[in-house]
Structure formats: C-alpha cells, structure tokens
Write a protein that binds this ligand. Structure first.
Ligand code: TYM
Length: 323
C-alpha cells in the first residue's frame, strides 16, 4: 500500500486529457493504496481567473472526480485552500529552493509567454506549492500526465535538499505516468497537448453535449492519406484519435486498426463520436448534488488537515521554528 497524492486546478472545464492522463489512474489506485486527491484552487489563481465563479468551479471539479469514480470511502478528497498548512510549507520550502530552478520550469516559461500581463510571483512559486502538496502527505506516488513530470522532479530535489540540510523528513516522490494517456493532444492542433486554454474546438470537456462532441470529433485534424494507422511522427492527428479510442474502448490500437481496415476517416470519426458520447454519458449521469459534494469536501478537509498538521509539527521543529 503506497501513499498517493494528486490534484487538478479548477480552471474551466475538465477535459478528456485530464481524465485519461490523471483521474483514470486515480480510480484504479484508490483500490489498493492510501490516496489523497485535491482540487488545487491556490494553483488556479496564478493565471487569470474569475473570482465570482471560482467556488462553483471547485464544486464542478469535485463533481467530476466523483462522477468518474473517485470514491470518498476509499480516499481523501479535499480542496487545497481548506488546509492552510500547504501555504505554510510553501513559504518554508521557498527558503531552500533556488530561483534558477524555478525559472527553468517549462510550464512557467509557457505560461509567462501566454499571460505576459500577468507574470506574478505566484506563477514562479507555483512548483513550490505543488511540492508542498505532495511532501505534506509523504506521498510516494504522484499520478499525473507527462506535462507534470518536471514539477515532480523538482519536488524530489527540494525534498532531498531539505533532508540534507535539516535531517530526514520527506519521502522522495515519483511520478506515475499512464503509458497511453501520458499526453492527449488537441483535436485541432495535434502537436500541442489538449488544454483548457487552447483552441476550444480541440478540447473535449467531460460534460460536453453530444452535439458538441460530434462537431469536435468530426472536424478533428487528420491527414490526406485516409488510412487509419498509428504513426505518431507522420500521422499525429489520427494517432491521437486512435489513442483516445483505445483508452475509452479498452481495445488495443492494433485491434482498432484491423477493425477499420479499408474504411475512411469519416467512418472512424463517427464510431469515435458514438463511443465518446456513450462513455461520457455514463459519467454525466453520475453527477451528485452540490450539498452532498460539500459534505464530502468538509470531511476530506478534516482528514487532510490532521495529517498535514502532524507533518508540519515535525517540519517546524527541524527548522528551529518550534520547540
Ligand atoms: P492541471 O490542472 O493542468 O492538469 C491536471 C492533470 O491532468 C493532466 N493533463 C493531461 N494529461 C494528458 N494529456 C493532456 N492533454 C493533459 N492535460 C492535463 C496533468 O498532467 C495533470 O496530471 N500543477 C498541476 C496540479 C497540481 C498537482 C499537485 C498535481 C497541483 N498540485 C500535486 C499532482 C500533485 C496542474 O496544473 O495540473
């Protein structure tokens, strides 16, 4: 049984990339591990966001976790900002994290390019907050998509630095990347990852309507060959669709290629549309009432807080901040 931590930012709609890269793994991991999953709202405010809808978005993300099968009886589910120890640890770890390491983070570079008017100290400190999320709970495994591996590496470096300076305190975590769901690409720009902030037509939300799913899949970028074959270098668009098909249908890519031999992209896209509508409908129908979700998060807060405070007691002592 391993300790596991992961989270998603409540920014806009959760998409099938988040589901296949992260949540899908969580649902499996909770069966045999000690899992903590969070809605990481403090991470969401480092890029432009709407304060009047943030609380609704947090509940929406929680409802998606639950609808996808995250089970509060088998794991702890909470909102990051409910547990103040995350910010305390972020400040403390900030005192041993070299600025240069933060500046070389790909996501910091990408986001500061995208939001030139919004390059704030929070954005550069973002990975320290993520390290705190993970280290507070002694997580050994961090199930994420490929784009987060650099942050988990940095978390290891920070933990190691702390242990060297103040004595063994933190576990060095490892990221857990699902082989196939590691990166789901945009349906419109298949060389970019599917993202909440990219072209909306390239991103399928978990709560998208059947009409939207159909429009997005049928207009997905492919190539002129009209041959359904997996080739990530030459046929990125169709390979991404094959990958999505395979993950949702649990069929191997080879079997799907065989099934569609001699058929065109139109047929394949139609089948993928039906599959996605079917699978997402099951998730959509599992949606819980807001009041029930609030109760689950309240219970999660208490459980997470107790663990976080226990850890912080040790950290404060090690750093000479408490007797
Ligand atoms: P976020 O909110 O950008 O994404 C949440 C999770 O979804 C994965 N993901 C993808 N996987 C495959 N294909 C894609 N196109 C795709 N897009 C997103 C991400 O890799 C991630 O696993 N910093 C994190 C949130 C975070 C966190 C943590 C994660 C904060 N603290 C502690 C783990 C542990 C983030 O911005 O993820």
């Amino acid at each position: 049984m391993k300790k596991v931590f992961s989270g998603i930012r409540p920014t806009g709609d959760i998409h099938i990339g988040n589901y296949l890269g992260a949540i899908n793994q969580w649902v499996q991991l909770q069966e045999e591990n000690d899992c903590i999953f969070s809605i990481v709202d403090w991470h969401a405010i480092t890029t432009p966001y709407n304060e009047s809808t943030l609380q609704d978005t947090i509940l929406e993300v929680a409802s998606i976790y639950l609808a996808c099968g995250v089970d509060p009886k088998k794991c702890i589910l909470f909102t990051q900002s409910d547990v103040k120890q995350h910010t305390e640890l972020t400040w403390l770890l900030g005192s041993i994290t070299p600025l240069g390491e933060l500046q070389r983070m790909t996501q910091f570079k990408d986001k500061s390019k995208k939001h030139k008017e919004y390059i704030n100290a929070g954005l550069i400190n973002y990975p320290i907050l993520m390290a705190s999320d993970i280290l507070l709970y002694d997580a050994e495994l961090v199930p994420v998509g490929k784009d987060q591996t650099q942050h988990v590496e940095l978390t290891r470096n920070i933990a190691q630095k702390f242990n060297n300076k103040y004595g063994e305190t933190f576990i060095l975590p490892e990221s857990l990347i699902s082989k196939e769901g590691a990166t789901i690409y945009s349906l419109q720009e298949p060389d970019k990852k599917m993202s909440k902030t990219g072209d909306p037509k390239g991103c399928i939300g978990i709560f998208d309507s059947p009409e939207d799913i159909k429009k997005k899949v049928m207009s997905a970028q492919t190539d002129s060959e009209n041959e359904i074959r997996f080739d990530l270098t030459k046929k990125k668009g169709i390979s991404n669709l094959l990958n999505i098909y395979s993950l949702f249908s649990k069929k191997s890519i080879k079997d799907i290629e065989k099934e569609f031999e001699g058929k065109g992209y139109g047929d394949f896209k139609k089948s993928l549309t039906e599959l996605l509508i079917d699978k997402l409908k099951i998730i959509q129908e599992n949606r819980m009432e807001k009041e029930d979700i609030k109760k689950i998060l309240e219970k999660g807060k208490k459980l997470a807080e107790a663990r976080a405070e226990q850890k912080m007691k040790v950290v404060r002592k090690r750093m000479g901040l408490a007797l």
